[in-house]
Design a protein around this ligand. Structure first.
Ligand SMILES: Cc1cc2nc3c(=O)[nH]c(=O)nc-3n(C[C@H](O)[C@H](O)[C@H](O)COP(=O)(O)OP(=O)(O)OC[C@H]3O[C@@H](n4cnc5c(N)ncnc54)[C@H](O)[C@@H]3O)c2cc1C
Length: 456
């Protein structure tokens, strides 16, 4: 069977590429060994946000008196949350299936293997069938990293330790939960379980949470959740996991904590093995497929998009990379612009950011101006919140006055950050941003307020 494009992996990278290529009239085969939608739909973005919304509503209900609303009895039903989450996931997967069908994409539910080239075409085998393609896109995604900690493997087997997948199907709220890793996934789940009643401890090896997020915002988030009850152990190294117990070292002292369940969230590893990459000689660097700005690998006609390239490991980066790869195949000019790729942590309040951090700029010695303001400048924020800690940090290039960074901690910021992303991508100057009309009252107005506080 001859195709224009063969795609390995049906996550946001794979299915977006399939949809766009199908829309452009290419004959496409998409191979997915597990469930269409990949990690994002089945065990990542969508299930976590569905569950976090229930936790947010629960939190609102418990703290509604300040808004003159008294809830007499508030309860939380974890089993029903999981049921609803599964329904949302099923509906969205149905949507992806429909898109594939409507665009003539052939979906093959099977593990695919690359078997080099045949007659100058790429050969992929699945279910004992041979598929030949003019182009090949690798979108095999990532899996949780499992460090060699004694007892971890056994813990994963027994169910005492779970990864992002197992945690989403817990039908009961554990009393005591330990989260290994204070990055985005660990924080979102810590936030969820703390809100709905678990006593949560987060063990993080670095001296801060939230990875490369602006350090001030990361610290503020840590303070907020410390007040809510999460126990953060920073610069702490887990040394062993045994049934019901997590041992760690902190400041050269050995200690331990009892847990009913452990979430392992120390990062993710691109899937680059076991499906024949070597048969084509695709270059791998640092455990990920090496790609250029057009998402091309070192082999002409072979592209890679999504987590497998180890760059941004976010669903929206995966889908944009997929589009860039398809456009390049079609001979259209396109390239990835990672500068305007936003990141979000769906805690409550949320964190969202795009562009440079002051830490990066200081390291580069690049001149910049910066303003920091609390969200209390926004009328909508004042109307709708109880004035939790918040921050808007805007960074403008010291030479040409264009916006180069925006870091937010506050409500709705996941929905606002695209505004700053577009401004950064369009290289908008402070003066141009001042002329934009923001709807009032909205929390997004904080960006306008901040820009006016910056001196030209
Ligand atoms: C808990 C969690 C929460 C997250 N939340 C967010 C979020 O809020 N926002 C966000 O942007 N990102 C989020 N992410 C990240 C996001 O899920 C990933 O960046 C995204 O799924 C990557 O898409 P992908 O297409 O590269 O790979 P994946 O979604 O990993 O899909 C790859 C697919 O390839 C298939 N596959 C692998 N090998 C083969 C083979 N040989 N043959 C056939 N099929 C194969 C796999 O079965 C898988 O379905 C989250 C991740 C996790 C774990």
């Amino acid at each position: 069977m001859l195709y224009d494009l063969l795609i390995l992996g049906g996550g946001p990278g794979g299915y977006t590429a399939a949809e766009r290529a199908g829309q452009a009239g290419l004959k496409v085969a998409l191979f997915e060994k597990d469930a269409l939608g990949g990690v994002c739909l089945n065990e990542g973005c969508i299930p976590t946000k569905t569950m976090l919304n229930s936790a947010k509503l629960y939190d609102h209900a418990n703290n509604s008196e300040v808004f003159a609303v008294k809830s007499l009895e508030v309860s939380f039903n974890q089993a029903q949350v999981v049921k609803r989450k599964n329904k949302v996931v099923k509906t969205l997967i149905g949507g992806v299936k429909a898109k594939m069908k409507n665009n003539g994409v052939e979906v093959i539910k099977a593990e695919a293997s690359i078997c080099g080239k045949e007659d100058d075409l790429f050969r992929v085998d699945a279910l004992n069938e041979k598929y030949l393609g003019k182009n090949l896109l690798i979108a095999t995604g990532s899996v949780p990293a499992v460090p060699p900690i004694p007892g971890l493997k056994e813990g994963l087997e027994s169910g005492f330790v779970v990864t992002n997948k197992g945690i989403l199907d817990l039908e009961e709220i554990p009393e005591k939960m330990t989260v290994i890793g204070g990055g985005v996934i660990g924080l979102e789940m810590a936030c969820y379980f703390q809100t709905v009643g678990s006593k949560v401890t987060v063990i993080e090896m670095q001296d801060h949470i939230a990875g490369t997020t602006d350090s001030q915002i990361g610290n503020m988030l840590q303070n907020i959740y410390t007040k809510k009850g999460i126990n953060f152990l920073l610069e702490a190294k887990v040394t062993e996991v045994s049934d019901g117990y997590v041992s760690y070292e902190l400041a050269d002292e050995s200690a331990g904590i009892a847990a009913d369940i452990v979430l392992l969230s120390v990062g993710r590893r691109p899937v680059i093995e076991g499906y024949g990459l070597e048969s084509l000689g695709v270059e791998v660097e640092g455990g990920a497929i090496k790609t250029d700005a057009q998402c091309r690998t070192n082999i002409p006609g072979v592209y890679a998009a999504g987590d497998v390239n180890g760059r941004w490991m976010l669903a929206h980066a995966a889908s944009r990379e997929a589009e860039t790869a398809v456009n390049t195949m079609l001979g259209k000019e396109d390239e990835m612009s990672y500068n305007n790729c936003p990141g979000v942590i769906y805690t409550n309040p949320e964190v969202a950011y795009v562009g440079a951090t002051t830490e990066e700029l200081d390291l580069q010695g690049r001149p910049y101006k910066m303003v920091e303001i609390p969200f209390s400048y926004s009328g909508r924020y004042m109307a709708e919140t109880n004035r939790e800690q918040s921050l808007c940090k805007l960074i403008v290039d010291g030479d040409d006055q264009t916006l180069i960074g925006c870091h937010l901690l506050g409500p709705y910021v996941s929905e606002i950050i695209i505004t700053a992303g577009i401004m950064i991508e369009r290289k908008m100057t402070m003066e141009e941003i001042k002329k934009q009309i923001f709807p009032h009252p909205t929390v997004a107005e904080i960006i306008r307020e901040g820009i006016f506080l910056l001196k030209s």
